[in-house]
Design a binder for this molecule. Sequence first.
Ligand code: AMP
Length: 209
Amino acid sequence: MSEILIKIDSDRSISDVFQDNCAALEANGFQPVTTHSLKDSKVVFVLGGPGSGKGTQCKRIVERYKVTHFSAGDLLRAEVASGSEKGKELEETMKEGKLVPLEVTLGLIEDAMKRSGDSPSFLIDGFPREINQGLEFERLITPCCVVLSYECSEEVMMQRPLERGKTSERADDNEETIKKRFHTFKESMMPVLNYYDKEGKLRKINDGL
Ligand code: AMP
């Protein structure tokens, strides 16, 4: 049985005293904060055009597996909602259906991963949307293990966000912006898909063709 009163001689160096603290706490079942680094985590990228079902599928995956989910778009919308200067610039870019700068998205994702405690695995949807995002992420954080790519017809990719736009507060779920988002998607996504295909990590999933 562990002792209740533990006397620690504090007339010593800080690290020696700290050692005794740790021994006392661990004898009572305290777990040290792990030195889990993002490099050891498992990362899945989830890709698809507007309305291809990334968000919906991720919600279901999270219900079944121990994985922390982030949506690049949600992190960006949270930054816009914060009213920051950076957020105002992002809002303009997002209304144009264009991609926001790499360092912004990557920074938000890295922060979110660090804040998630000791999560061993991550599902990141809407990222990477251009090949440099993927290469930088993998260089700075960790290589992904698999890429889920939802394939969807152009018609469905228009219809779903338009439907969602009737009730959502998203500023980019209108016909004009959806067309621009779709154009950006087609333009930037091919090199990403080709790259992960060559790496043997791409899993194509038909979601409404
Ligand atoms: P989504 O929520 O995935 O439909 O993304 C909404 C918008 O956020 C996109 O049209 C882009 O303007 C921006 N966005 C989302 N993900 C990224 C990303 N990985 N890189 C750059 N911009 C992004």
